[in-house]
Design a protein around this ligand. Structure first.
Ligand code: IPD
Ligand code: CA
Length: 270
């Protein structure tokens, strides 16, 4: 069994992987070839670049960390023996990427203990927003950074003055639920933003450009790196009733605001 490197070393590797993958995505932006296939619905799309970036990340990890597990959006899960799992989203914000909207990112995180957001310990993560030219990083116990600048806790407004990010799934069932929920939350907040990359949304909460964020139905790879950036920046990331964030619900923001938003979501029937 290989030894587990410290979070600083893992962070350097997350960033290196995300930046290398980012170069590939950048080179393929203008010529991505459109939709290669669809997943959960006709609008849940995958481009060749999603697949190429994930293959690139897996090849680098096989070389550098052969005993670690990998969980990725396009190719699923491969168990490891080291106790570490790399949780990767090759392009988070694929629809933005497809349309040439710059809000997409490569999200690379490494977790220990399990590959389940309810029980894992996130060790390090990097969200690299290739076309925005912004990179967020975090390592357990060491802090969070945007482009090398340390992020810290910031005062959050009450819910009534909060700018709240959210996102929607891809199926009719998910969207019907999410639409009903957002219709109840919108009148209670400053405004809602739907920017299209959950990983970036979480990082915007960490650096104060959103006050809070919530979403139902995130996958582990959407939230792994961004959630660590929020918590290492001094923010809260939780589920609907205060436990860990999970695919059921992810809520992020300053501690008091997250409590207020969670209560509003519960009252709205989430
Ligand atoms: C999606 C984005 C989006 C969120 C969806 C995710 P993808 O990931 O993060 O913002 O609302 O829930 O599935 O499909 O672009 O990798
Ligand atoms: Ca994603």
């Amino acid at each position: 069994m290989s030894t587990i490197p410290d979070p600083a070393e893992l962070l350097a590797l997350c960033e290196d992987l995300a930046r290398t993958a980012g170069e590939h995505a950048r080179a393929r932006t203008a010529d991505h070839g459109g939709v290669a296939r669809t997943k959960s619905s006709a609008v849940d799309v995958v481009t060749a670049v999603d697949e190429e970036v994930e293959a690139l990340l897996r090849a680098r990890l096989a070389e550098l960390r052969p005993d670690d597990g990998v969980l990725g959006e396009e190719e699923g899960s491969v168990a490891g023996t080291s106790g570490l799992t790399w949780v990767v989203d090759p392009i988070d914000g694929t629809v933005n990427f497809l349309y040439g909207i710059p809000s997409y990112s490569i999200s690379v995180a490494v977790v220990s203990g399990s590959a389940d957001p309810l029980t894992w310990t996130a060790e390090a993560g990097c969200v690299h927003a290739v076309a925005l030219g912004t990179t967020w990083t975090a390592a357990r116990g060491l802090g969070a950074w945007r482009d090398g600048e340390r992020l810290g806790p910031r005062p959050a407004p009450p819910l009534a003055r909060a700018l709240v990010g959210t996102g929607f799934g891809y199926t009719v069932e998910e969207r019907t639920l999410e639409g009903a929920l957002v219709a109840q939350i919108l009148p209670q907040v400053r405004d809602i933003r739907r920017l299209g990359s959950a990983a970036i949304d979480l990082c915007l909460v960490a650096d104060g450009r959103l006050d809070a964020y919530y979403e139902i139905g995130l996958n582990p790879w959407d939230m792994a790196a961004g959630s660590l950036v929020v918590s290492e920046a001094g923010g809260a990331v939780q589920g609907l009733t205060g436990g860990p964030a999970s695919p059921a619900m992810t809520i992020a923001g300053g501690y008091d605001l997250v409590e207020e938003l969670a209560a509003a979501l519960r009252a709205a029937g989430a």
